[in-house]
Design a protein around this ligand. Structure first.
Ligand SMILES: NC(=O)C1=CN([C@@H]2O[C@H](COP(=O)(O)OP(=O)(O)OC[C@H]3O[C@@H](n4cnc5c(N)ncnc54)[C@H](O)[C@@H]3O)[C@@H](O)[C@H]2O)C=CC1
Ligand SMILES: O=C(CO)COP(=O)(O)O
Length: 340
């Protein structure tokens, strides 16, 4: 089957939805973006800016912005789903009545549902049954993508023809999608790295040093791979852009909302106070709870995610959580994870 993808719909007017709309427009596509807030849609349409979620970035001409979901579903050839993970189910439920048969849904949110641990792909399968599924994930700070700085992503789709058509529709010289058929692995990497980034931020904020952060990134990659394989992913996917690539980016840069949140916690700040100062989402806060439940259910050891969740839920002070990680038994490397 051939896929003619000219009109891209974007659901979500936050930083990432806006950046992806800019990218698709630069790739020559027609673009319609749905934003929840009327002032965000108006600013994108009239001023080519999104000062609320992507300040200081000029957007390309020609992005249609709307607060009407039907303006996207009426005509889009593919729809990018770019809301926070915890609200995707509700938004897809509202999209379902007007979703046209055969239009692909491209998951761009990173996370698992806190209640029940569903992946975003599962949420789409349940709420938009029959919609061909793709997942776009990788090391992508929205502000850099929106400015057109060089970026590479993984675009996962079980149907190679569709995956490659989406890659052609969205790709430019500076936004380079790599096709993968490992839809599960690509989602798991993008979701877990946010929790690991919080852990690395805590290490930064606590002043524990670069050695400790490198140890956490590496052991975090083992943890991430263990869970991904238990969920059906191929281990090599986690060594690619959507696994190691995104972990490396997010767990080492204060541009990351998850890492900077961790850094604030490491400096002794209160979680609610930090979240109260922000309008933007830090997905790791929600995903940590889902991971703990999934690890217990699947019998997968996730010590770093467990420590982050203990801190976020107020069950452990930062120092106690760190001491818990440091007192784990010495063991062999590589361990029994699937790359070992
Ligand atoms: N910002 C980034 O650099 C990247 C973000 N992502 C992922 O994209 C997803 C969206 O993130 P951002 O755009 O950065 O978020 P953001 O924090 O910049 O914006 C959040 C957006 O979600 C909307 N929203 C909030 N509650 C809603 C609800 N109940 N119904 C509908 N919309 C609602 C807000 O209006 C806003 O448009 C997240 O899963 C994030 O992990 C992925 C790659 C890069
Ligand atoms: O997913 C991201 C980069 O790939 C964005 O990370 P943060 O949500 O931590 O800012």
């Amino acid at each position: 089957m051939t896929h003619d993808i000219d009109h891209i719909g974007v659901i979500g007017g936050g930083a990432w939805g806006t950046a992806l709309a800019a990218t698709a427009r630069r790739a020559g596509r027609r673009v319609t973006l749905w934003a929840r807030e009327a002032d965000v849609a108006a600013a994108i349409a009239r001023e080519r800016r999104n000062p609320d979620f992507l300040p200081g970035v000029d957007l390309p001409e020609g992005i249609t912005a709307t607060t009407a979901l039907e303006a996207v579903t009426a005509d889009a050839d593919a729809v990018l789903l770019v809301t926070p993970a915890q609200v995707l189910r509700g938004v897809c439920g509202r999209l379902a009545p007007t979703w046209r048969a055969g239009v692909p849904a491209v998951v761009c949110a990173k996370g698992f549902e806190t209640e029940g641990g569903a992946s975003m792909g599962q949420v789409v399968a349940e709420t938009l049954p029959g919609a061909p599924l793709a997942v776009l994930s990788g090391p992508t700070f929205a502000a850099e993508v929106a400015r057109g700085l060089p970026t590479a992503v993984t675009l996962a789709c079980a149907d190679r023809t569709l995956g490659e058509a989406l890659a052609r529709a969205l790709g430019t010289a500076t936004f380079r999608p790599y096709w993968s058929d490992d839809v599960v692995g690509v989602q798991v990497g993008g979701a877990i790295k946010n929790v690991l980034a919080i852990a690395c931020g805590i290490v930064e904020g606590r002043g524990l040093g670069d050695n400790a952060r490198a140890a956490l990134v590496t052991r975090g990659l083992a943890e991430l791979t263990r869970l991904a394989v238990a969920l059906g992913a191929r281990p090599e996917t986690l060594m690619g852009l959507s696994g190691l690539g995104d972990l490396l980016l997010t767990a080492t840069s204060l541009q990351s909302r998850n890492y900077s949140l961790g850094a604030a916690l490491g400096q002794g700040r209160d979680l609610d106070a930090v979240l109260g100062e922000r309008r933007s989402v830090a997905e790791g806060v929600h995903t940590a709870a889902a991971l703990v439940e999934m690890g217990a259910r699947l019998g997968v050891d996730l010590p770093i995610a467990g420590a982050v969740h203990a801190v976020l839920s107020g069950r452990a002070e930062v120092d106690r959580a760190i001491a818990g990680l440091l007192s784990r038994p010495f063991r062999a490397e590589p361990d029994a994870h699937p790359l070992g």
